[in-house]
Design a protein around this ligand. Sequence first.
Ligand SMILES: *[C@@H]1O[C@H](CO)[C@@H](O)[C@H](O)[C@H]1NC(C)=O
Ligand SMILES: *[C@@H]1O[C@H](CO)[C@@H](O)[C@H](O)[C@H]1NC(C)=O
Ligand SMILES: *[C@@H]1O[C@H](CO)[C@@H](O)[C@H](O)[C@H]1NC(C)=O
Length: 313
Amino acid sequence: MAFHDTPTSRTSMSVAFLSFLLMLVRANNASITVYNDKDLLEFPLNLEFLEAEFFLFGALGRGLDSVAPELTEGGPPPVGARLAKLGFLVRDIILQFALQEVGHLRAIRNTVRGFPRPMLNLSKEVFGEVMNNVFGRRLHPPFDPYANDINYLLASYVIPYVGLTGYVGANPLLQNFTSKALVAGLLGVESGQDAVIRTLLYERREVLVEPYGVSVVEFTNRISKLRNKLGKKGVKDEGLVVPKWLGAEGKIEGNVLAGDKYSLAYGRSPEEVLRIVYGTGDEHRPGGFYPRGADGRIAKSYLSNNLNLPNNA
Ligand SMILES: *[C@@H]1O[C@H](CO)[C@@H](O)[C@H](O)[C@H]1NC(C)=O
Ligand SMILES: *[C@@H]1O[C@H](CO)[C@@H](O)[C@H](O)[C@H]1NC(C)=O
Ligand SMILES: *[C@@H]1O[C@H](CO)[C@@H](O)[C@H](O)[C@H]1NC(C)=O
């Protein structure tokens, strides 16, 4: 390299070398791709759309197309979302969550361009399949998230927590303070929602879920276990009652909030989040709530690599 190279040729060689490295990274190891703030802020729109629709339908029987149609940008209406049979308190709380999610969608859209509402499958069959996977057998009758307070809360236990871990995971990767302020604000309210859901379930932890005869606490422990399995990054998810060593300070079994050994919230990468919400354990294989996959550059980078997909436009 010490010959007669001009600064220009050195520069173009480094540029070429860098592009080559980047290509290698893209081709061989997507897990070390560096995301920019825009990608990291757009990614959670996928979860916010899901939460907004699930909570709006659960509480009102109608979703964004009725409440804030401008936010959908023409994305398809969710499949199978329904009004849930809820008591007064739970409906009141879920409606508040629903409108909070609408606010979150606006806040993200005020900061980054975003994308239209992705195709969401919120049918009771999808939740039924999640619960079958949770128990490793077919539940009879199939689990119906919309049937009553407890079922709806258990279905809700499945969602905001994943968003929360995604925000914790994204925060240290962000470059600028506008992005950090937004993510901190979103994280605060998502974790508040998770805490409310967990508290309502904790109060009912010994209740047996009808007609399965399985307690609420066992449902939560098993849902958390499945998410850990799908995420493939060890324990980042904990049910409502845990072995003492997993509780706060390793000293308590009650676990109304999940946290690591210092009671700090667990963080998940976008890849882990996708493995969980697709229900496939693989960010390249959409399914579950996202039959066509999630949107945004991060999620799409995994879809376009997979030539076997039926739906990857
Ligand atoms: C990507 O890099 C990580 C960390 O070095 C490694 O654990 C993982 O196996 C690599 N993945 C692929 C697909 O090469
Ligand atoms: C920070 O990121 C946001 C969102 O991508 C962008 O709108 C803003 O211009 C960025 N600010 C700076 C100072 O880079
Ligand atoms: C929604 O999911 C259920 C259960 O997997 C499936 O039977 C149904 O075909 C799905 N609908 C769409 C439109 O993907």
